[in-house]
Design a protein around this ligand. Structure first.
Ligand code: GDP
Ligand code: MG
Length: 163
C-alpha cells in the first residue's frame, strides 16, 4: 500500500493548492473563500519520485473558529487513523492564529509524525510567520509556496524519513 500523507490546517492556508500541486491535477477546489473543500479528498501524489497517497481535509473549516465543529473534526480524526505523517500547514504571511495553535494542540494529542509547513513563503513576506511558527513546537518549519512550487525539495527531504 502507498504511504498516506494527510494535509491539516485552518481554512485558507493553501491546503488544497498543495494537494493540487502534489497530485498535478486540478482535483481539489481552490478558492479565495475559506471553507470551499467540504470533504476529504484522496489523490495519488508524486514528489521528486516519492509516491504516496495525499489526503486533503476540511476538518477545521468553521465560521466560528472558537467553536468545535464536531462532525468535521470527526472526519479529520478518521483521516489521522490511516495516515503515516501529517503536513500541518500554516500561512507564513498571515502569521499564527489561535486556530493554528488549537490545531497544534490537537495534533500533539495524536501519535503521528508532524511536518510543519509555512506556506505562502515566496518572497520575504513570509519570513515573520516562518519564524513565529517555531513556537508551535514541531521543530523547524519548512517554508514552501504551494502556489509557486517553491520549497518542494525541502518538503521531499522532510517526508523521506516518514514514508
Ligand atoms: P485551503 O482552504 O487551506 O484549502 O486553501 P486554498 O488552497 O483554497 O488556498 C486559499 C488561498 O490561498 C487561495 O487564494 C490560494 O490561491 C492562496 N494560496 C495558496 N497557496 C499559496 C502560496 O503559496 N502563496 C500565495 N501567495 N497564496 C497561496
Ligand atoms: Mg481547501
Amino acid at each position: 500500500m502507498r504511504p498516506q500523507v494527510i494535509i491539516i490546517g485552518r481554512p485558507n492556508v493553501g491546503k488544497s493548492t498543495l494537494f493540487n500541486r502534489l497530485v498535478g491535477k486540478k482535483l481539489a477546489l481552490v478558492d479565495d473563500q475559506p471553507g470551499v473543500t467540504r470533504d476529504r479528498r484522496f489523490g495519488d501524489a508524486s514528489l521528486l519520485g516519492l509516491e504516496f497517497t495525499i489526503v486533503d481535509t476540511a476538518g477545521w473549516e468553521d465560521e466560528d473558529p472558537s467553536s468545535l465543529p464536531g462532525r468535521m473534526r470527526m472526519q479529520t480524526e478518521a483521516s489521522l487513523e490511516g495516515a503515516d505523517v501529517a503536513l500541518f500547514v500554516i500561512d507564513a504571511r498571515a502569521g499564527l492564529t489561535p486556530l493554528d495553535e488549537e490545531i497544534g494542540r490537537y495534533l500533539r494529542g495524536h501519535d503521528i509524525p508532524v511536518i510543519l509547513l509555512a506556506n505562502k513563503a515566496e518572497g520575504r513576506a513570509g519570513d515573520h510567520g516562518l519564524f513565529e511558527a517555531f513556537s508551535l513546537g514541531f521543530g523547524e518549519p519548512v517554508g514552501v509556496s504551494a502556489e509557486h512550487g517553491e520549497g518542494m525539495g525541502d518538503l521531499f527531504e522532510a517526508l523521506l524519513p516518514h514514508i
